[in-house]
Design a protein around this ligand. Structure first.
Ligand SMILES: C[S@@+](CC[C@H](N)C(=O)[O-])C[C@H]1O[C@@H](n2cnc3c(N)ncnc32)[C@H](O)[C@@H]1O
Length: 220
């Protein structure tokens, strides 16, 4: 059995396991997030059997664990690279329930430690790479390491300009015949819908599909 790509990348970037903690307290799993309608991702993963997934927008990891568990059922070395500032998005500040989820401490969101606990509780330390930065910064870092994911899942920013920039920045990384799936392609998030239509207009290198609240771009 070979080593999962995430374990190698964690060694390169963090000199080992980034989820290791000084104390040996048993990590608590907190099941909170969106991961809405995961069946589109399940179907895509069953078709692609991805070795490497990149996720933009992880929060506490609900969508991460759904995708990883499905991918590991096909390939025991499947890995997922999680890109998130773990600082939330502007919309989190104006929805009272979402704002509580930011767990503000001294005026700053405090989400990342819960994600770390969740990864440890799941035992996925060797299968997940945490990139705690903006999607734009992560795109520059990933370019340096010549990564070619089979599946890219977008669920970070939701306004038109940032979604379009995420699609444009990450599309070139996608492996031949790979797939980009994005969340919130629906009336409630017009910025996502506009960005998707703008990106796909006049392109001949993708096949566009959508189901429930997800858009899917297959790379041709
Ligand atoms: C809707 S949540 C992700 C939910 C998660 N996929 C789930 O299903 O539970 C959006 C996440 O994107 C992150 N985010 C927003 N804009 C970002 C950006 N430009 N770069 C990196 N992360 C970003 C936020 O910190 C937040 O955790």
């Amino acid at each position: 059995m070979t080593v999962p790509a995430a374990k190698k990348l964690n060694q390169l970037l963090f000199d080992g396991n980034p989820f290791e903690k000084a104390n040996d307290r048993a990590p608590e799993f907190i099941d909170e997030g969106w991961a809405s309608y995961p069946e589109v991702l399940d179907t895509t993963i069953d078709v692609l059997k991805p070795k490497v997934i990149v996720e933009i927008g992880t929060w506490l990891g609900q969508s991460t664990f759904n995708m990883l568990e499905r991918a590991l059922s096909h390939d025991p070395e499947a890995s997922i690279i999680c890109v998130d500032t773990w600082l939330g998005s502007p919309e989190h500040w104006f929805n009272p329930a979402w704002k509580a989820g930011l767990r503000l401490e001294n005026g700053r969101p405090n989400i990342y430690p819960i994600f770390v606990d969740n990864v440890r509780a799941k035992g996925f330390e060797d299968y997940i790479v945490p990139l705690s930065m903006t999607s734009l910064q992560a795109a520059k870092l990933l370019k340096e390491i010549n990564l070619s994911p089979d599946l890219i899942y977008l669920d970070g920013a939701h306004d038109k300009d940032e979604v379009l920039s995420d699609i444009e920045n990450y599309w070139p990384f996608l492996s031949a015949s790979g797939c980009m799936v994005g969340d919130d392609f629906c009336d409630e998030w017009p910025g996502v819908v506009e960005a998707v239509h703008k990106f796909k207009k006049d392109r001949t290198d993708l096949d566009f599909q959508h189901a429930r609240d997800k858009f899917v771009f297959y790379k041709l």
